[in-house]
Ligand binder design. Structure first.
Ligand code: PMP
Ligand code: G9A
Length: 418
């Protein structure tokens, strides 16, 4: 038996590649997901994956709510549901959008999805024709690039600074494109505590982006998983708050305010957009996990979410501070980094000439991992940056991890100078 299994798992006699579609052959693995495999199985301090701390998962509340849901609503919680999602949850989220972000929202504008990652794929499906111009931040969330890429857009990457996407540069590009008779299909932005940089788009830029969308006729996909994780500074309204025409498609998720294992997120958008994405979702998974939806409904409706957010913030703030302090204490001259008011990431820029992808192996050998910045750029044309996560490991480990990393960087800088 064993022998047969080994034969099947081994290279065997099939030439597997020739069975794949052209699309499948073009798919590339996510660097983050691959790195997760590596650090799961070793003693490396991982500053790589964007994982929430498991200590923040509200286990007791989840137990309590699950019991209640199963005792009182098992018929719905264990049954198939509509593709758009469980109506009382959609209603609760519509109220949440209004109360929290000042965005008047009706339940017909909300659809539940299997994490905002699924929403990114749905956006690709319903909006992107081959060759359409999709604007992304440079750098941007790499799994958004992965999701959109499947639909063959042409990426236009707009540089970032500490106030988010350079909207002035976007405007220049839009003018040029218009002169060539071309249009942008949508702009994708992680507007608040961006992944990977941690920066937040300023209010002025948010307003201008919406004005430009009206003027140049494009959509905006605002992906906002980190908005509630603010450790300092004043809240900033979502881009969608400034949208009167329905051009902004807002993506929310329970991954960072409840637990990512629920695989539950939502899309808030014009009913016409929701309807098309609903049809696209039908063939993918029929509906989002209903048990998860009913638990999330109680979690929002009964006020647990409001109570839990300040607890998460209190838990992560010292971790953010510990990373900033360690960077300050250990990094050599010539290394720069962002100073985020929230979220999960800090972005580090090394001197030109250092290739962080090449350096990763040395860092892992010294017991620390990060995500090389290259994969966050649509055209993979920037080599000297990296993303560090500060939510997953405790303060002492963050400090030790940054110390190890600083040593690796210092050695790399020396060898570059030699
Ligand atoms: N968008 C961004 C910007 C993210 O950082 C993440 C998760 N790291 C996602 C989407 C996907 O999140 P989920 O599917 O868990 O909601
Ligand atoms: O792929 C995951 O596990 C989600 C994390 C995303 C990230 O690290 O940006």
């Amino acid at each position: 038996m064993e022998e047969r299994l080994m034969r099947k798992l081994g290279s065997g006699s099939l030439e597997f590649e020739r069975y794949f579609s052209k699309k499948a052959l073009g798919m590339k693995a996510s660097e983050i997901r691959e790195l997760l495999k590596l650090v799961e199985s070793s003693n490396v301090i991982s500053l790589a994956g964007g994982l929430p701390a498991s200590e923040t998962f509200p286990v007791e509340q989840i137990k309590e709510i699950t019991k209640e849901v199963l005792e009182e609503h098992a018929d719905k919680a264990l049954q198939y549901g509509t593709t758009k999602g469980f109506t009382p949850l959609r209603l609760a989220l519509a109220r949440w959008m209004e109360k929290r972000y000042g965005i008047p929202t009706s339940k017909v504008e909300i659809m539940m999805v299997a994490g905002s990652q699924q929403a990114l794929d749905l956006a690709g499906r319903v909006f992107i024709n081959r060759g359409d111009i999709v604007v992304v931040e440079g750098p941007t969330y790499l799994a958004a690039l992965q999701a959109f890429k499947y639909y063959d857009p042409e990426f236009l990457s707009i540089p970032m600074d500490h106030k988010g996407m350079r909207i002035d540069l976007l405007e220049e590009k839009l003018k040029k494109l218009k002169a060539q008779g071309k249009k942008v299909k949508f702009v994708y932005t992680v507007s608040t505590f961006q992944n990977p940089m941690g920066v937040t788009m300023s209010v002025d830029r948010r307003k201008r982006l919406v004005e430009l969308a009206d003027e140049y006729d494009f959509l905006i996909i605002e992906d906002s998983p980190y908005t509630e994780l603010r450790y300092s500074g004043e809240p900033v309204p979502p881009v969608k708050h400034f949208d009167d025409t329905g051009r902004v498609i807002y993506l929310g998720t329970f991954s960072k305010i409840l637990a990512p294992g629920f695989r539950l997120g939502w899309i808030a958008a014009q009913p016409q957009f929701i309807r098309k994405m609903e049809i696209a979702k039908q063939s993918i998974d029929l509906c989002a996990n209903t048990l998860a939806q009913l638990i999330a409904w109680k979690y929002v409706e009964d006020g647990y979410l409001d109570e839990h957010i300040p607890e998460i913030v209190e838990f992560y703030k010292p971790r953010r501070d510990a990373m900033l302090k360690a960077l300050e204490d250990f990094m050599p001259e010539g290394v720069g980094w962002t100073k985020p008011d929230g979220g999960m990431f800090i972005w580090v820029t090394l001197p030109e000439g250092i290739d962080t992808k090449m350096m990763l192996e040395k860092a892992v050998a010294k017991g620390v991992a990060y995500v090389p910045g290259e994969a966050f750029f649509a055209h993979r044309d920037v080599k000297n940056t990296m993303r560090l996560n500060f939510t997953y490991v405790p303060e002492e480990k963050i400090r030790e991890g940054v110390k190890r990393l600083a040593e690796v960087i210092e050695a790399e800088m020396k060898s570059l100078g030699d």
